[in-house]
Design a protein around this ligand. Structure first.
Ligand code: SF4
Length: 485
């Protein structure tokens, strides 16, 4: 075949599934399996299979006009000089680009926010365990697994590891929003009863997750459960290199994305620079996020994709597609995964930006060496970091109000289209509302009404689960009224 074949990693979540992206001579992309990939052994979930649809080409722009990348860098440098700048890089790109971004932050005398505000609320001694959890192989040898995520929807390739553990004799308890077929027990219990009722011990593994909208109290609760039961823990994450950015360039005084949005609304943040991080996609309500971003004086977007934030940016600095980049990623178990791409457009752009701002020049090899020194030498091979903190004070449990609940998943984080376009309800709700087979359910909140197809699941009464972003949702949970249409 004429064209390019890139060995790369799926950016859908922090599993780090390896795959090939094939590009033909017309530039059309396709996905191929990579059997030698350590995280996924050649398998891909629906998001990974549709990855070619996720790729889109960014265009360098200044104030809505297409320009060369050099002109975009120059305009960005002029607007950033002397400005009070907030920077956001959640880990949707390589370690090397993330490190380059933190050097730009140094030149601006600021820090990179990874958007995971939860870290600033946790003692630093437990950061290594939250950042790099138990390895996938260790999951397979667990005696008992407590699931606080829905792996089918949220982190699909985890399912294989859990099924392998079951084959090896593990029992699985799920504490989630709906019954999971792979669980031996599905429990809907008060969080204060987790320790006494989940039957966890030192051979157990807890699988939870952290993301930009995670409640810090919830993470503390999970850490306490691990500490009190001696179970090991794994926090899954939604971004391919969330672990890499956490280890490499998480600045002190971290702000989460919701706090950054609050800062923009309050007027304390006037200039935002993002690296492959689109708040319109990442916030629960895209329309509200877009309105917030319009309040900025300067929104400078460095990106490889054409995502919604580009349309409202004052400046877009376009970089090469993720698969074409030279660089590496670190997955959630601490495995360093390399891209076969050789392009350094993004790094060269950030080097030019840094120099224009009085900072250092950078080149790919120097950044890559730094990655190897900083993380690979410390994490030579994935290994669980035992929790080093004391039991944390979490205060009383505050139940979130709302009956419409987001099941975050790769399609949702990236606002990608998905055929699974329905909400989940139980049979009681179907009967109570008189929903007809093949009919729709109308959901109404303060933000409007939407009609959705529905699917019946075993789950608690009155709840509505969605794996798709809905315009009626105002947050992680939303109060909605329902009727049949
Ligand atoms: S979305 Fe996650 S689980 Fe699915 S293929 Fe990509 S990395 Fe793997």
């Amino acid at each position: 075949m004429i064209g390019n074949v890139y060995q790369t990693v799926c950016p859908g979540c922090n599993m780090g599934c390896g795959l090939y992206i094939r590009e033909d001579e017309e530039g059309a992309l396709d996905v191929d399996f990579m059997k030698s990939s350590p995280a996924n052994l050649g398998k891909l979930c629906r998001f990974g299979m549709k990855l070619h649809q996720h790729y889109s080409k960014a265009t360098s722009m200044v104030d809505g006009k297409e320009v060369s990348v050099e002109d975009a860098i120059k305009a960005a440098s002029d607007r950033l000089k002397g400005a009070d700048v907030t920077m956001l890089g959640v880990g949707n790109t390589t370690n090397e680009e993330s490190l380059a971004f933190s050097k730009v932050a140094d030149a601006l005398k600021t820090v990179v926010n990874t958007g995971m505000g939860v870290y600033s609320q946790l003692p630093t001694e437990c950061h290594p365990t939250v950042g790099v959890g138990i390895t996938f192989d260790d999951i397979e040898s667990a005696g008992r697994i407590a699931l606080f995520v829905d792996p089918y929807v949220q982190y699909p390739l985890l399912v294989r590891r859990i099924l392998a553990a079951k084959k090896n004799g593990a029992s699985v308890v799920s504490v989630g929003w709906k019954d999971l077929h792979l669980a031996d027990e599905n429990r809907y219990i008060d969080p204060d009863k987790y320790e006494s009722e989940l039957g966890l011990d030192s051979k157990s593994v807890i699988i939870a997750d952290v993301h930009p909208n995670t409640d810090p109290g919830w993470v503390k609760r999970m850490l306490n459960l691990a500490l009190k039961t001696q179970a090991k823990i794994l926090f899954m994450k939604p971004f391919v290199n969330a672990t890499g950015v956490d280890l490499l360039c998480k600045g002190t005084g971290q702000k989460g994305i919701p706090e950054i949005m609050d800062g923009i609304n309050e007027g304390s943040i006037k200039t935002l620079v993002t690296l492959d991080s689109d708040p319109v996609e990442l916030m629960p309500n895209s329309d509200v996020a877009a309105e917030t971003l319009k309040k900025l004086d300067n929104l400078i977007v460095i990106t490889s994709r054409d995502s919604p934030v580009n349309k409202m940016a004052s400046i877009v600095i376009a970089t090469e597609p993720l698969c074409a980049k030279a660089g590496s990623f670190m997955n959630v178990e601490g495995q360093l995964l390399n891209n076969s791409g050789e392009s350094t457009t993004g790094i060269d752009a950030m080097s030019a930006l840094s120099q224009n701002l009085g900072g250092a020049a950078m080149d790919y090899q120097e950044l890559h060496n730094k990655v190897l020194e900083s993380i690979v030498q410390k994490f030579t091979k994935p290994k669980y970091k035992e929790l080093a903190c004391e039991v944390l004070d979490i205060g009383p449990f505050e139940e979130k109000k709302g009956n419409l609940i987001y099941l975050y998943n790769p399609f949702m984080w990236f606002d990608q289209s998905d055929d699974n376009d329905f909400v989940m309800v139980n049979m009681n709700t179907v009967n109570k509302l008189g929903l007809s087979k093949g009919g729709m359910i109308a959901l109404t909140s303060d933000a409007g009404t939407v009609n959705m197809r529905y699917r019946v699941e075993d789950m608690p009464d009155g709840l509505i689960l969605t794996a798709k972003k809905l315009p009626v949702a105002t947050g992680w949970t939303t109060i909605v009224s329902t009727e049949a249409v």
